[in-house]
Ligand binder design. Structure first.
Ligand SMILES: [Fe+2]
Length: 190
């Protein structure tokens, strides 16, 4: 495989990693202290959660570093960047229409509390390759299927910001999911 230029982008990396249950517990406490879970934070204070919760910022750096190293063999330390993060809707009935994270090169979601299974809330990510030749007979359909993922507490998903995705309706009482977008500005000057 030639690992350069567009060849790296074609596979559209959608990555899953984890934080520990102890880290989740601490983040839940911090989120309850610094947000109003009855009203999604994005609606009144978009983007500042990593500034309010140092542990969230540390974990965002750690997990994005892991992602860049594993997927692109790039050291996040060589870049200057900013985060934008907020709390999504956490109550029963929450869903999000299809969208992408415009302007952010990559988007992560930290599922800090997602204990109930089979209660909806799946993340569905769609193939962004509008020009992909998918064939006429469906024999390669698997390669172009959306990825549907039912998150559990501690899961972290990272994907390119251009990937369109939606969140299916959530049917249980409380879930805390925190997106952290990364805006990479430039290579640090050495
Ligand atoms: Fe999103």
């Amino acid at each position: 495989m030639l690992k350069s230029g567009i060849n790296q982008c074609w596979s559209t990396p959608i990555y899953k990693t984890q934080i520990t249950l102890d880290q989740c517990e601490e983040l839940v406490q911090e989120i309850l202290l610094s947000t109003n879970i009855m009203k999604p934070q994005a609606e009144y204070d978009s983007g500042s959660l990593t500034d309010k919760i140092p542990l969230l910022k540390d974990l965002a750096i750690e997990k994005y570093s892991e992602f860049f190293k594993e997927v692109f063999s790039i050291d996040l330390n060589d870049m200057s960047y900013e985060f934008s993060s907020w709390l999504t809707g956490s109550q029963k009935g929450y869903s999000m229409n299809i969208h992408n994270h415009s302007g952010a090169q990559f988007a992560a979601v930290f599922y800090v509390l997602s204990d109930d299974i089979d209660k909806g809330g799946e993340l569905v990510s769609y193939d962004p390759r509008a020009n992909a030749n998918r064939g006429y007979f469906g024999k390669t359909a698997e390669m172009f299927k959306p990825i549907e993922y039912a998150p559990k507490t501690g899961d972290v998903i990272i994907m390119p910001g251009y990937v369109y995705h939606l969140v299916k309706t959530y049917h249980s009482n409380l879930r805390l999911a925190v997106p952290v977008d990364i805006f990479i500005k430039q290579k640090k000057s050495s």
